[in-house]
Design a protein around this ligand. Structure first.
Ligand code: BEZ
Ligand code: FE
Length: 304
């Protein structure tokens, strides 16, 4: 691009978009930063970083970002890093409250689901998954120790999207928060792996376990994610949900959450994860001494 004539610069005013389309800022700067990548940069990294640099620079120019505002952003990132450890992922939480994890989940789901209308929809993993949940037999309970709340008999079948037949041997990994709004790794009073379990669907594709009717809870809000929520005048609540990861050989795995239809926060989940097809109905259960509620939930997997 041709150098800007000094006569073009002297009349610049803040926030002015000039009719002659000449930027008041160095028009070559962003491209120079992008072009600084060396030849050994991998193509995908080059694409992502070029796009990120372009968007971040455009954001700074469009808003005439001040040094103080930029520094506040830097401090927020540093705070998130300092707060994070193997039990707390504040960086992920910050992404969650600005909807980024839900957007990435939606992109992933749309990309893999050629017939997405009837396979079980995905939802975000969230920061409280543990890969080492205990393997439990069908009909076992994930509720350990004292939790209060309503015990639910959750059961259903896993189906093949194409054949509509049951899929045997799928693994259903489930986790949920206790009635005090905390996952077991957040709460020293809960038994290790409370409210977590991995189940295997039987030869008829049937799975069953006992869990709690979930209750709404706030995402941790004593750090930068909470600060952001406060700045944005938003509450930290998540609607009541149960997390699931369902996996089976030859099928695309699904990470999802199911939501209680009567929850008041369905319309304004603080992390934007609710999808209509994932809203379920808990119903009264009579004659089962182990549970007062029942939830039948069928899962449909898409073959590779
Ligand atoms: C969760 O559902 O466990 C969760 C998701 C995003 C942020 C915090 C918690
Ligand atoms: Fe959760």
């Amino acid at each position: 691009m041709a150098p800007i004539a000094t006569s073009n610069l002297k009349n610049f005013k803040p926030n002015e978009i000039r009719a002659d389309n000449i930027s008041k800022f160095d028009p070559n700067f962003t491209q120079n930063v992008i072009d600084a990548m060396g030849p050994k940069t991998k193509p995908r990294v080059r694409k992502l970083m070029a796009s990120l640099i372009q968007h971040v620079h455009d954001f700074a120019r469009e808003n005439e970002l001040t040094i103080e505002e930029w520094m506040e952003g830097v401090q927020l990132m540093n705070w998130a890093g300092k707060m994070s450890d193997d039990k707390r992922n504040e960086g992920q939480l910050v992404c969650d409250v600005i909807g980024l994890e839900s957007l990435v989940d939606e992109i992933a789901f749309k990309l893999v689901a050629d017939t997405s209308d009837s396979a079980t929809a995905s939802a975000i993993l969230g920061p409280f998954f543990r890969s080492d949940a205990p393997l439990l037999p069908n009909e076992a309970s994930i509720v350990q120790g004292v939790n209060g709340g309503e015990i639910t008999y959750m059961h259903g079948h896993v189906f093949d999207l194409q054949t509509k037949k049951p899929v045997p041997n799928a693994t259903i990994d489930v986790w949920q928060a206790s009635t005090n709004g905390l996952y077991e790794q957040q709460d020293e009073h809960q038994v290790d792996c409370n409210l977590r379990g991995k189940f295997t669907a039987d030869s008829n594709g049937y799975y069953a376990f006992y869990c709690l009717r979930p209750t709404p809870y706030p995402v941790p809000n004593d750090g930068p994610a909470g600060k952001l929520l406060e700045l944005l005048d938003r509450h930290p609540m998540r609607p009541a949900h149960i997390h699931l990861i369902v996996m089976c050989d030859r099928y695309k795995p699904v990470t999802t959450q199911i939501f209680d239809r009567i929850d008041p926060y369905l319309k304004d989940d603080s992390v934007f994860a609710v999808k209509e097809s994932l809203i379920v109905d808990f119903v009264d259960l009579k004659g089962n001494p182990r549970a007062s509620l029942e939830l039948e939930y069928n899962i449909t997997l898409s073959p590779y």
